[in-house]
Design a protein around this ligand. Sequence first.
Ligand code: SPV
Ligand code: MN
Length: 626
Amino acid sequence: MDKTYEDFLKEFLSAKEFNKLSKLNNPEILSFVGEYIKLCEPKSVFVCTDSCQDKEYIRRQAVSINEEKELCVKGHTVHFDGYNDQGRDKSATRYLVTGGQKINRYANSLEREAGLKEIRGLLRASMKQKEMLVCFFSLGPINSDFSIGAIQITDSFYVAHSEDILYRPGYEEIKNNSRKGFFKFVHSAGKLEGNVSKDIEKRRVYIDLSQDIVYSVNTQYAGNTVGLKKLALRLAIQKAGKEGWLAEHMFLMGINDDKGKKEYFCGAYPSMCGKTSTAMLSGESIVGDDIAYIRKNNGKAYAVNVERGIFGIIKDVNEKNDAVLFNALNSPGEIIFSNILVDKDNHPFWIGKNDDLPHKGINFSGHWFPGKTDNQGQEIPPSHKNARYTIGLKGLENVDDSLDDPGGLNVRGFIYGGRDSDTSVPVEEALSWNHGIILKAASLESETTAATLGQEGVRVFNPMSNVDFLSIPLGKYIEMNLNFSSGLPNPPLIFSVNYFLRDSQGKFLNDIQDKRVWLKWIRLRIDRSLKAITTPTGLIPFYGDLKSLFSRVLSKDYSFRDYKRQFSLRVPENLAKIERITNIYRELEGIPETLLREISAQRQRLEECRKAGGDYIEPSFFSGEK
Ligand code: SPV
Ligand code: MN
């Protein structure tokens, strides 16, 4: 170890804080912390161990320096990010590379030397009036082969507080496993004005894959600053690629059969496509809603939730749609609401809460009133569309008992979902592992909503819902997924779901709650309790099975007319999708041959059956049972 850092730290830190660091017995950590104290020049440094006192200090300080404000219910606080700091900034997020290396077509990169110079310049003296927090976490359960240690340096108590809710403590873990290596994150909110990052145009998130470090500056929004979330996912994908496991943008949940026998599933859906609400459906059990690490052991697939909490979208969360969550959000306990509306009595409000909005309050734009516009003349909504809540999973009544199992949970199925108005059926099983990985996962598309990207209904290619976080070439990532089944006699079954199918008038063909039935059907397919109909795009349910499930699960009548409208094969739309996907992959290098083979086999099957069945083919046309 560089002795100068040890001497420097001894002098700079209080004896108490130095002692916490030195007990880790890890020279790399001393050097890392020393280097960034010298660069960021904080007023003081707080080292957060796993102790309750240390965690309590973070919580208290977040409120006392006004990064968070207490709400009317005990344990609830609100945090506001800046007006233009309300989401992940893809264009400011870059990989530091050398020699013009390109990570993949969907990732921005920057020459490492120039990037480091820039980000170090922005971090220099960034913590002058502030306290630096040095926090330790575990990505994944404690004492588990899946898990990776993480160190977060930040000057934001909100970031540290969020991470404490979202991740398992890592101080002892890192102390006990000093040989394992860890991910490192350095964040500064930069200069503040009214408690929010001022120099937002100098917001940067730079990822140095060669050192497993991510830097983030002049931003507060958690997707850009909570290093352990999407920043760590990028580092984990690279690591998984080298070591032969999977790091996925997936929920992990248990689904019960009629007798309460549970099996576990992972699910990948792009943002705002029902991923979190699926994971926390009442009657089933939630392990995680966002990121899973998946490994093989003794011929089976196992997954862990990297997190222990949820950073979820609050828009449209209400008693009717999300009963479990709504109950938790109204109960005492540790919750950070962000970018919602707060009235004078410190009650929280958001779009779609199904509650009367107050006529004034405080939101991400400051004092808010109905009809308030921004300087572009745009009406400011009461709460931001991406307003969120941060809550520990233990606050949910249907949290799975095995959340912290270090061995992971045996995963029996992967579910891929997207927002698709006209092509795929509500639920379908892939014909095989390769078929599923290529035609359900690597071909995933999702339509933008007015709520996110201006223009509505634009299909965006989002393989495995993970495209924003891919730190390796797409072809290699697909190969990793294809190869994952090797050595697994019964690999997880692959399914697609589509909650957003519409009729020709644009009306949704399903109710929000129908997903309960699709999940039950998926669950029952695992032990082949139900048969399915083979079609060119996959295996679909029989009418009678769905009718019975709708009645048992939702006490709802399910008509044959609805079944035909939802499950008819839409040949032209499916062929058009194949065309779009082929065009994308044809232009990419290093794409596995299996991909083109699987896609062209599906095209052939579709063209064949069109000859006899026409463009829109009802399920009864297909006789093959499986
Ligand atoms: C998502 O957008 O997929 C999220 C929230 O889970 S963020 O932390 O912004 O990535
Ligand atoms: Mn996510």
